[in-house]
Design a binder for this molecule. Structure first.
Ligand code: AMP
Ligand code: ZN
Length: 498
């Protein structure tokens, strides 16, 4: 690899030089959404953050296997080991099957990700598809003596783990110290646990529970933290390069993931832990309970008291890239308006650049040299823990140069043909490939294309229900002739353009 990357590792709380386990390859896991409600903008921030990291790693030449899961079981309402399963609860309220809830909100999540031009991960595993592997990991942890069974539930034994391994709490620090200071008197209604810091890795299901599986301990379901330990190990190996998520997941989720992996196979899952910071709105935490919230759809359409107008998905993405992933980000109408202006200035600069004609035989004078050093500076910013706002600032300095070359304030005779070409390539690559921005018109036509495809899928579905095979085949064949393949599965029909 030509470029040297530095990554802030939440585990050591330091920037470290990135050394992949296997030269030229990166294994990366990011915790995906729990699909019991519409994806919110905070989630979008985190997924855009990891998408940009995924894009940059690939751009600089790594072969990346990026795993982003779908949580469809085990995440309880209060995040600890009490309360109803979030998906079961929604299924009960909406009078739907849990898997209908999962499908509905997974589809919605994918639709928003595609609007924001977030690439599909390499693998998107679901927790319910890995129940067997989760049962195996519970067994391994029990066999190694780091868990105990009580009445059909299995709990991770944090006290024994700390005594023997001495590492619990490294990622989240103080929070765990507070927890460890608690005594049995603090257990309240969780008195099956030996210590309040212990957490469930297998839970016994109540008779009315909708999602449950047979296991050696009880008919039940896995604890929320277990799925990520299992799916990351299955697809990336026992130790892989990068594990990420929003920083609200450091504790208990990621802390417990580390404990489970060490408990099961003796070593930690990831070498580098990366955490995105939270999205705020008007200076406060975005929260449904006090109305300080806006959905991605409302932001795109402008249908909300919090914004004066709608903002295209690509402007929203641009806005998010203007903060470093480790800083909090405050969503306000003024900041979005400024982002829209900035985005349009950048795109206009790019169009101007495409039209700049090189001067034959020109050699690089001071202008050419400055352009080359700004280009290198933009990459250096990205190499420094993926600093998108600073890299963006370099692109704006380049945009100033482009405009000055066009207006004649800078001399195009001092820019060689090779440098101009490199500038064109780099601006294109940064805007479209690394930052994942799009033309606003493309956003609209993507929307229209998605709408038309959904209509065709619905008509074909109706034809199939009416046993009108001629119409259903006609739709499939006509789309195939346009290199659009329909993919039927038990969960519905998807389409891909080949
Ligand atoms: P969840 O569906 O709640 O499990 O969240 C999915 C991902 O979004 C996780 O990585 C969370 O850490 C992240 N996330 C949740 N809320 C926010 C927020 N307000 N800002 C940034 N990321 C968030
Ligand atoms: Zn996770």
């Amino acid at each position: 690899m030509d470029r040297q990357l530095t990554i802030y590792n939440s585990l050591t709380r330091k920037k470290e030089i990135f050394k992949p386990i296997e030269e030229g390859h990166v294994g990366m896991y990011a915790c995906g959404p729990t699909v019991y409600s519409d994806v919110h903008l905070g989630n979008c921030r985190t997924f855009i953050g990891f998408d940009t990291i995924f894009r940059y790693l690939q751009y600089i030449g790594y072969k990346v296997r990026y795993v982003r899961n779908i949580t469809d079981v085990g995440h309880l309402v209060d995040d600890a080991d009490t309360g109803e399963d979030k998906i079961s609860k929604k299924a009960r309220l909406e009078k739907l099957e849990p898997m209908e809830i999962v499908q509905k909100y997974t589809n919605g999540f994918h639709a928003i990700m595609s609007k924001l031009n977030v690439l599909s991960p390499s693998i998107e595993p679901r927790a319910t598809q890995h129940i067997l592997e989760q049962i195996e990991m519970v067994r391994d942890i029990l066999d190694n003596g780091f868990a105990y069974e009580v009445n059909g539930a299995v709990y991770f034994d944090t006290q024994k783990f700390i005594k023997e391994k001495g590492i619990y709490g490294e990622l989240s620090g103080r929070k765990v110290d507070e927890l460890l200071a608690m005594t049995r008197d603090d257990l309240k209604n969780q008195d099956e646990k030996r210590h309040p810091a212990d957490f469930a890795i297998w839970m016994k299901a109540a008779p009315e529970h909708l999602m449950k599986w047979q296991s050696p301990w009880s008919e039940g379901f896995p604890g929320w933290h277990l799925e990520c330990s299992v799916m990351s190990t299955k697809y990336l190996g026992e130790t892989f390069d990068i594990h990420g998520g929003g920083n609200d997941l450091k504790f208990p989720h990621h802390e417990n993931e580390i404990a489970q992996n060490v408990g099961a196979c003796g070593h930690a899952p990831a070498n580098y832990w990366m955490h995105t910071n939270m999205l705020l709105m008007n200076g406060r935490k975005m929260s449904k309970s006090d109305g300080n919230t806006i959905t991605p759809q409302e932001l795109f359409s402008g249908d909300s008291v919090h914004v004066s107008k709608g903002y295209s998905p690509t402007v929203v993405r641009f806005f998010m890239l203007q903060s470093h992933y480790r800083s909090t980000m405050d969503l306000t109408d003024e900041a979005l308006q400024a982002a829209e202006k900035g985005y349009r200035r950048l795109m206009e600069g790019y169009k101007t650049l495409e039209k700049l004609a090189p001067k034959k035989d020109a050699t690089d004078g001071d202008v050419g040299a400055e352009i080359l050093s700004l280009i290198e500076a933009a990459f250096v910013e990205m190499d420094d823990d993926f600093n998108t706002p600073k890299a963006m600032a370099r692109l704006f300095e380049l945009t100033n140069k482009i405009n000055a070359l066009k207006d004649g304030h800078l001399d195009i005779n001092k820019v060689s043909e090779a440098t101009l070409q490199r500038l064109q390539t780099v601006m294109h690559d940064f805007i479209f490939d690394i930052f994942g921005l799009q033309e606003e018109a493309d956003c609209e036509s993507n929307d229209k294309m998605n709408g038309v495809m959904q209509l065709l899928i619905d008509i074909r579905q109706q034809a199939r229900q009416n046993k009108d095979w001629a119409t259903s085949d006609q739709i499939r064949d006509a789309l195939a002739a346009l290199n659009i393949q329909l993919k039927d599965s038990k969960d519905g029909t998807d389409w891909v353009m080949e």
